[in-house]
Design a protein around this ligand. Structure first.
Ligand SMILES: C[S@@+](CC[C@H](N)C(=O)[O-])C[C@H]1O[C@@H](n2cnc3c(N)ncnc32)[C@H](O)[C@@H]1O
Length: 231
C-alpha cells in the first residue's frame, strides 16, 4: 500500500515510521511518504493560510496551496487525482473512523491523507479536491497529523505481515470473526494475584469450552452496558 500524507509537519511522522508494525509494513513493501504544503506553496514567504472571508477568529488553509501540493506530487489536476485514488481530508465532522472503514481503506492500493491546521481547510478543498472526509472522533485536535497517524496505524496493521502473528488481527475487537463485537478478556501469569484469580475455564486446557467462554464474554461486551460493568 502506498500512503501519502500532506502536512505542515512532515518530521512528526519520523517517530511513527519507527513503530514496529508500521516498520514491518514498510519493510514488506508499503510506503508512507509526507508532502509538506509549505514546500509547494505558490505564495511568498512560505504562506499557506489566510484570514477567513466574513471575518472571525483564526486562519484557514488555502485551496490554492493544497492544490499546488497535490499537483506537485501527482503531476496532474487534483480534481482528476481524486477520481483514481482516495484523497481523504481529516476533519472533525467527517465520516467516523471505525473498523469497517479501516478495512475498506486497507483494501486500497493507494491513499492520500490531507492534514488540516488552524481553523481547517477552505471548504473548496473538501468539495473539489477530496473524495472523503474522515474523523477520528467527535472532538477537536489542533491539527490532522495525529488523526492521520491513527488512520495509518489501524490501516497498516491490517496488512499481511504487519503484526508478528496474524491471529491477533483476525480475532480482535470489532472484527468479523467476533461478529463486530468487542474482544473477550485476556489473562496471563500469575494465575492468582491479590486474590484476583483467572477464570477456571482458561486454565482447563479444554479448547472448545474456552472458545465458547470467549464468544460469550465478547457477546456480553457488545450489549449496551457490557463495557461499563465491573467484574
Ligand atoms: C483545530 S482543527 C479545525 C477545527 C474546525 N475549526 C472545526 O471546528 O471543526 C484543525 C485541523 O485538525 C484536524 N482535526 C481536528 N480534529 C479532528 C478529528 N477529530 N478528526 C480528524 N481530524 C481532526 C483537521 O484536519 C482540522 O482541519
Amino acid at each position: 500500500m502506498q500512503i501519502d500524507v500532506f502536512t505542515l509537519f512532515p518530521h512528526w511522522f519520523d517517530w511513527f515510521r519507527g513503530q514496529r508494525h508500521v516498520a514491518n509494513a514498510l519493510a514488506l513493501g508499503s510506503e508512507l511518504e509526507c508532502v509538506d504544503y509549505r514546500a509547494h506553496t505558490p505564495l511568498s514567504a512560505g504562506q499557506v493560510d489566510d484570514t477567513p472571508f466574513g471575518g472571525g477568529a483564526g486562519m484557514v488553509l488555502r485551496v490554492d496551496v493544497v492544490e499546488a501540493a497535490l499537483r506537485a506530487r501527482y503531476d496532474d489536476d487534483p480534481v482528476a487525482v481524486r477520481e483514481r485514488r482516495r484523497v481523504v481530508a481529516l476533519t472533525p465532522g467527517g465520516r467516523m473512523l471505525d473498523d469497517a472503514l479501516a478495512s475498506e481503506l486497507a483494501a486500497e492500493e493507494e491513499l492520500t491523507l490531507l492534514c488540516g491546521r488552524y481553523e481547517g481547510f477552505d471548504e473548496r478543498v473538501l468539495e473539489h479536491l477530496c473524495s472523503d472526509q474522515i474523523s477520528i472522533g467527535r472532538y477537536v485536535l489542533a491539527g490532522g497529523e495525529l488523526a492521520a497517524m491513527v488512520v495509518c496505524d489501524t490501516v497498516l496493521r491490517k496488512l499481511p505481515g504487519a503484526l508478528g502473528h496474524e491471529e491477533s488481527a483476525h480475532e480482535e475487537s470489532f472484527s468479523a470473526a467476533l461478529d463486530g463485537a468487542p474482544e473477550y478478556p485476556h489473562y496471563t501469569r500469575p494465575a492468582e494475584w491479590r486474590g484476583w484469580s483467572v477464570p477456571d475455564v482458561l486454565l482447563s486446557g479444554h479448547h472448545a469450552r474456552i472458545r465458547e467462554w470467549r464468544a460469550e464474554r465478547s457477546r456480553e461486551r457488545a450489549e449496551p452496558s457490557g463495557g461499563a460493568s465491573l467484574p
